[in-house]
Design a binder for this molecule. Structure first.
Ligand SMILES: NC(=O)c1ccc[n+]([C@@H]2O[C@H](COP(=O)([O-])OP(=O)(O)OC[C@H]3O[C@@H](n4cnc5c(N)ncnc54)[C@H](OP(=O)(O)O)[C@@H]3O)[C@@H](O)[C@H]2O)c1
Length: 317
């Protein structure tokens, strides 16, 4: 499987991984097991997805059955917004490792550059965006405090690599000013409606690997009722023409568009056939014209914007 070599550790991050957001909890262990059996070697989880225990069960069963060895699987997880304070970040990473039933994450990301008021995990986990009163409560924890905890997770062997998600250039440059251990990966929303070339160029310049999420565009947001009413890329005419040229599915060419730019992808599917199909995107090439045709669909449409929940969280403003 093609991979990206991470700068600090030289560790290889697979170009295609399996996303765990909205993977059904009751079948998550089996889905993860079958994803590994089908050839996936990267699992993209997060505290917020509420299925780390089940994902860990699937991974550990696959290890016990000899499907994979732990060191062959790149496990990513993310620190949620309510745990940005130094001691909370340290404690939550430990709790998340316990849920997975593993000793280290290959990559641990700060999920959003947004600090929210602490919610004790024994009270509610995952805590999501809101307090018990249904309102968003911001907290004044600066990123340098959170980043110090992230660096110590590396020192302690709990994370091999650390990185950021949903962050823009100004924050990345600021973290680099004080980082003892630099962010190795940036995970961002990326699809032909949101092409983010300047951010990709900055990461390339800095040697930060990029993972794109929601590669299939609005589809992931349809079930949440927040797809912003744009035409679905999975039945878009331009995507259809590119798919026909390549002899592949709409989903495969959308994933290929990112991979061909050197961006890792982490498609999610609760359906085994689609999960297998999504893995098969590193053995064909899109023509330059087809790459351009997909990129020309850009409308700077951000489907995952916390400002839609509360304008005080306008991290992309
Ligand atoms: N860092 C962040 O803030 C952040 C935010 C969002 C996502 N992520 C990560 O990125 C991963 C992927 O993003 P995502 O889950 O938003 O979206 P996605 O992978 O782009 O799309 C998933 C949606 O597409 C459908 N689908 C999957 N493969 C398909 C195919 N071959 N043909 C047709 N439909 C297909 C899925 O339905 P079925 O399940 O029914 O197949 C689901 O509705 C997440 O799981 C998560 O790990 C990270």
């Amino acid at each position: 499987m093609a991979s990206i070599v991470l700068k600090r550790t030289g560790q290889k991050m697979p170009l295609i991984g399996f996303g765990l957001w909205k993977v059904t909890k009751s079948s998550c262990a089996d889905t993860v097991y079958n994803a590994l059996k089908a050839g996936y070697r990267l699992l993209d989880g997060a505290g917020d997805y509420g299925n780390e225990k089940e994902a860990g069960e699937g991974l550990r069963r696959a290890i016990a059955d000899g499907v994979v060895k732990r060191e062959e699987v790149f496990v990513t997880s993310k620190l949620w917004n309510t745990f940005h304070q130094y001691d909370h970040a340290k404690a939550l990473a430990k709790k998340q490792l316990e849920l997975w039933g593993i000793d280290y994450f290959d990559l641990f990301l700060v999920h959003f550059p947004i600090a929210l008021q602490y919610v004790d995990p024994s009270h509610r986990y995952p805590p999501e965006w809101w307090g018990d009163d249904g309102k968003v409560h911001l907290q004044n924890t600066p990123m340098h405090e959170t980043w110090r905890a992230m660096e110590e997770l590396v020192d302690e062997g709990k994370a091999k690599n650390i990185g950021l998600s949903n962050s823009q250039g100004s924050l990345i440059l600021d973290v680099l000013r004080y980082a003892r251990i630099e962010p190795q990966v940036l995970q961002i929303e990326l699809h032909p409606y949101l092409t983010q070339e300047p951010l990709l160029n900055l990461c390339k310049t800095l040697g930060i690997a990029v993972t794109g999420y929601s590669s299939l565009g609005p589809q992931s947001y349809v079930e949440l009722g927040v797809d912003k009413g744009v035409p679905n890329l999975l039945n878009h005419d331009v995507v259809g023409t590119v798919a026909k040229n390549a002899g592949k599915s709409h989903a495969q060419v959308l994933l290929r568009w990112a991979v061909q730019q050197g961006v890792a992808v982490i498609p999610k599917s609760n359906n085994h056939d689609r999960l297998v199909q999504n893995l098969q995107v590193d053995s064909f090439e899109l023509s330059e014209a087809d790459m351009k045709a997909l990129s020309s669909l850009n409308i700077n449409l951000r489907l995952n914007d916390p400002a839609d929940i509360d304008p005080r969280m306008g991290i992309f403003a």
